[in-house]
Design a protein around this ligand. Structure first.
Ligand code: ZN
Length: 239
């Protein structure tokens, strides 16, 4: 049992049998986004960030209000409790969008390919969407780890030095530089034009396909996650 923001929670553990669900897509590359939560090589985009913008605005209003109350007064305490509840609600919404994404990926795709991200660097420059920044890349990877096992799919992690953004997913030529502002990938070599995040996700998908398909064709170091690393016992927290 635990208490967060004036609410009590009970956590319990359940054991579940893995299922081999029918997969819609064989291999999917996932690019964790700057603007959106994730872009899939299938062209699907998980926005995941809009629903709590309004709550965040509300939160900053209340926080401003709390600065104008006398420290320790009854009113001040009331506002503090409100702030804590809002923080919790925003965190819950973020957690939900991440769970929704990882379940969808593991359930419907035979192989899920993600990039190994440098977490500390990512937190420093806030280049990733808030959901990922808040939960942490480790949590995204952890969820994918146990869920791919649960649904009978495979998780492949591509080396973080693989140039997924700078490479043309059409002809394979790598750009020397690509600034974060460039949202559309334009290849000077084959004139291919593509959304930047979609291009990256297709490259991740290709990186894994090459690594499995033939010797000598390996374009990136990939790690096939040892499924036994993850406990099948899922921690379920509910009110
Ligand atoms: Zn090209």
């Amino acid at each position: 049992m635990s208490r967060t923001a004036d609410r009590w929670y009970i956590s319990f553990r359940i054991e579940i049998e893995p299922t081999n669900a029918q997969k819609v897509v064989d291999v999917v590359g996932v690019d964790l986004g700057v603007k959106s939560l994730a872009t899939l090589s299938t062209g699907e985009v998980f926005e995941g960030a809009k629903s709590y913008r309004k709550l965040e605005a509300k939160l900053s209003r209340i926080q401003w209000l709390s600065r104008h109350k006398r420290l320790g007064s009854a009113n001040w305490k009331k506002v503090q409790a409100k702030v804590a509840r809002l923080h919790q609600r925003i965190a819950n919404i973020r957690a939900y969008s991440l769970h929704k994404l990882t379940t969808y990926l593991a359930k419907n795709h035979g192989v899920v390919v993600i990039e190994d991200l440098n977490v500390s660097g990512m937190m420093a420059n806030r280049k990733l969407s808030k959901a990922i920044a808040d939960m942490g890349f480790y949590e995204f990877r952890r969820q994918l780890g146990y869920k791919t096992k649960l649904y009978g799919s495979e998780l492949v992690i591509v080396d973080r030095w693989y140039p997924s953004s700078k490479t043309c997913s059409n002809c394979g030529v790598k750009k020397e530089s690509l600034s974060l502002k460039e949202r559309v990938f334009n290849c000077e070599h084959c004139n291919f034009e593509c959304d930047r995040d979609l291009n990256a996700s297709i490259n991740l998908k290709n990186a894994a396909s090459h690594a499995v398909s033939a010797c000598g064709l390996v374009s990136a170091d990939t790690t096939r996650v040892k499924q036994e690393d993850f406990s099948l016992k899922a921690n379920v927290s509910k009110l």
